[in-house]
Write a protein that binds this ligand. Structure first.
Ligand code: ADP
Ligand code: ZN
Ligand code: ZN
Length: 738
């Protein structure tokens, strides 16, 4: 008889602890792996938890110990390095382990399913069949159901699975069977894996700088090392990635590539597919749960060797890890802003360390954090200072807005430069990080403005839809025709967003196609691809866009880039605002002059003498970043000091404040050597989506001290009765202080 076995289980709940369960004898004496799913009773619920370890003794009295209902997996769902990463991340980000593991698990595996779900089959047109489409249609004329199904599959680019067919038609199985028998269609399991094939398209040699970077990184391929690939836009960073991928894949190792946003980087994807001989899976938010699981599974079983994806892809199990690449490492999308608030770039570095493999952080504008790590010789750096095509980087000029006559916020010099470029058949990109027509409406008689009822913010006017939208909470209402205060119809639209700029430019340049590319105009499936294609071909002469257009795109005809509004960022309360502005200016500028014609960049501002702009213009991003780092050091901000925020929000502002007051009181119970605590204070936007928001800032020179304190504090906070009446969270290494 085996004695009673006990396992420690991470349960998907917001509590800072694990739970002990008995493992019944039916599970025999088999060693049980950490990372295996178990079904467990939890209060009145049935949940799926993950085994953390088997233990000899539990502090829970034997008669209180509940039993695991079922063991769901034979083997751990995570590779060892990944499981260690999750344990570490739970401690580092001071977040409940059960929730951390839940975040890392594909949604498809989180449910109450018995065993590992099977991957579904799907059907697609048999393209090797010799009969042409029309002929097959003819043959099927007398079998209308088969003809219908055949047409549906023909129209669906990637075939259809049972779910899709069910949603389109009924009683389709007999027709599928018949079509399979006729070999007009094929059956497969869900196509998670893309078979990439080197098409021999590369017809150039690496530049000297590229070769140096590749050689230097390759000499470290068998050990852990962090490499920053600091290359100006157009310098050919992707070629360096591809070359490193080739070497790693040839050694039968897997490569994980993190990118900020898949939809915005179709060109990058295409280059990987055309240049490597391997199996690729892509993980992104537009996939459904089953597709994501299929991709995850293909990576976990080494059926795919190249894994490309956004933030959460860092949690993909890799049996044969060889290399991690983080493209645009400075990008804010790597930081998850709710729930488990991790930074995928930082986790990637730790994961590479756990796996003893190298990691490459690529950017034209490395983050101040990475720069600091280079200075302190923790990271190696490789520069690509020249564009691959040897074209110079565009000239940046400031347009002083003071006392200028403005047209929807655009100076006349700017408009005349646009005209010049269009006359010379150049393409123009105007960048403004504000959607909609105008950021607010105002009554000209009494000064009333369109405020959001739920936020301390104005509502943006969307003219075409005749609506007001709050970009902070999503509230919408019809745009008013009268002032809601005095009834006047004299209502002004104040300021300009993409919609207004587009409208003005279309009327000022009627012979040029103006294309607006923002979240509003690209909501429909295929519309972004369509707009990018027209931008790429030059059919759209003027592009008006938000940060969707800032990176990754290569528009060969683009000769002029205009950045319309920089002043807000120059004076923002957020400590990263200057860094973001500099990155944005550099990235957006890099879009211009990629091909034959030289590029030009205009930046509008009321503050042309601002030191930040001056440094950026005359000395470049690297000098700017060094100056910004010094400023952060002087101000005691990250990365010089470590920062964490305890945030709290509630519809009841007193409840939120009371919780934080108690939190402060509690914090005084222990010795907090080296940790400075500030607050409570209102968040910069005090009310959002109907909730009042307050925060406490924690700073320390010593990361360990900060963590020691936080890991003591978090479970204590959870004990406070007042914590149950509010929403609260701890954010370690916050991306912003809002
Ligand atoms: P980045 O990612 O640094 O912005 P890319 O890798 O997209 O740069 O390269 C910019 C352009 O230069 C691409 O069109 C690419 O095909 C081309 N390119 C890259 N390396 C070379 C090279 N060694 N010789 C010629 N063209 C190159
Ligand atoms: Zn009024
Ligand atoms: Zn709002």
């Amino acid at each position: 008889m085996s004695k009673n076995r006990i396992v420690k289980v991470a349960v998907p709940c917001p509590l800072y602890k694990t739970f002990d369960y008995r493992l019944n004898t039916q599970h025999g004496n088999r060693a049980i792996q950490a990372g295996v799913r178990v079904r467990i009773p939890f209060g009145r619920q049935k949940l799926v938890g993950i085994i953390v370890e088997e233990i000899q003794h539990s502090d829970v009295p034997a008669n209180k110990l509940k039993s695991v209902t079922a063991v769901l997996d034979d083997h751990s769902l995570f590779s060892d390095d990944l499981l260690n990463l999750l344990f570490w991340a739970a401690r580092y980000y001071v977040h409940p382990l059960g929730d951390v593991i839940q975040t890392a698990l594909p949604v498809y595996l989180r449910s109450n399913d018995d065993a590992t779900p099977s991957l579904s089959e799907y059907w697609h047109i048999n393209h090797t069949k010799t009969a042409p489409h029309e002929e097959i249609q003819q043959i099927l004329k007398r079998a209308p159901k088969q003809q219908q199904i055949y047409q549906l599959l023909y129209d669906a680019e990637n075939g259809l699975d049972a779910d899709a067919l069910n949603s389109l038609t009924n009683n389709w199985r007999p027709a599928i069977k018949a079509l399979l028998a006729k070999q007009f269609i094929n059956q497969d399991v869900k196509p998670a894996v893309i078979r990439a094939k080197n098409s021999g398209k590369k017809n150039f040699c690496l530049t000297e700088e590229q070769t140096a970077a590749v050689n230097s990184i390759t000499s470290h391929l068998h050990e852990h090392s962090v490499h920053v690939l600091n290359g100006v836009t157009g310098s050919g960073k992707t070629e360096v990635y591809l070359s490193l991928c080739e070497t790693t894949l040839a050694a039968n190792k897997q490569v994980l590539v993190l990118v900020p946003e898949i939809g915005l980087t179709p060109q990058l994807m295409q280059r990987f597919r055309e240049r490597l001989d391997t199996n690729i899976v892509v993980l992104h938010s537009a996939m459904n749960d089953k597709q994501r699981y299929a991709a995850w599974h293909a990576a976990a079983t080494n059926q795919a060797q190249l894994i490309i994806g956004t933030r959460s892809t860092i949690f993909t199990p890799l049996p044969e890890p060889g290399l991690i690449i983080v493209d645009e490492e400075h990008d804010g999308s790597y930081k998850q802003q709710d729930g488990f608030r991790y930074n995928a770039r930082d986790l990637a570095i730790l994961r590479a360390k756990n796996s003893n493999i190298p990691i490459v952080l690529g950017s034209a504008t490395p983050s101040i954090e990475s720069l600091n790590n280079i200075n302190e010789q923790r990271y190696m750096v490789h520069y690509l200072k020249q564009r691959a095509n040897k074209k110079p980087l565009p000239k940046i000029k400031l347009v002083n807005l003071c006392n200028q006559k403005l047209h929807e916020g655009m100076a006349e010099t700017l408009l005349s430069t646009i005209k010049q470029h269009l006359d010379q058949h150049g393409q123009v990109l105007l960048f403004i990080n504000r959607r909609g027509f105008a950021p607010l409406l105002m009554c000209h008689d009494c000064g009333w403005t369109t405020n959001c009822l739920r936020c301390d913010a104005h509502m943006t006017f969307h003219k075409r839809r005749k609506q007001l939208h709050c970009h902070h909470c999503g509230s919408q209402r019809a745009a008013p025709e009268h002032c809601e205060e005095c009834g006047s119809t004299n209502i002004l639209a104040i300021g300009a967003g993409t919609e207004r700029i587009e409208q003005y430019l279309q009327s000022a340049f009627p012979d040029t196609q103006v294309s607006r590319i923002d979240r509003d105009t690209t909501r429909n499936k295929g519309s972004l691809e369509d707009k990018l294609q027209k931008a790429h071909s030059g059919e759209s002469g003027i592009l008006v866009g938000t940060q969707m257009l800032a990176k990754g795109h290569d528009f060969p005809n683009l000769t002029l880039v205009c950045i319309l509004d920089t002043d807000q960022a120059l004076f923002s309360a957020d400590f990263r605002a200057a860094e973001h502005l500099a990155q944005l200016v550099t990235q957006v500028s890099g879009r211009a002059g990629r091909a034959e014609k030289p590029g030009e960049v205009l930046i509008q501002t009321h503050h042309p003498e601002h030191p930040l702009l001056q440094t950026l213009l005359h000395k470049g991003y690297a000098s700017f970043a060094e100056a910004a780092l010094k400023e952060r050091q002087a101000a005691g901000l990250p990365p010089a000091r470590h920062l964490a925020i305890l945030r709290c929000e509630s519809v009841d502002s007193k409840a939120a404040q009371f919780f934080l007051d108690q939190a402060i009181e509690q914090s005084q119970q222990v010795d907090k050597d080296n940790v400075d605590i500030f607050g409570p204070m209102p968040a910069p936007m005090e009310r959002r989506a109907g909730r009042f928001r307050y925060q406490i800032m924690l700073q320390s020179d010593n990361r360990k001290a900060l963590h020691q304190f936080l890991s003591w504090w978090a479970p204590q906070l959870q004990q406070l009765a007042s914590s149950r009446k509010v929403r609260w969270s701890i954010d370690v290494d916050p991306y912003d202080t809002f």
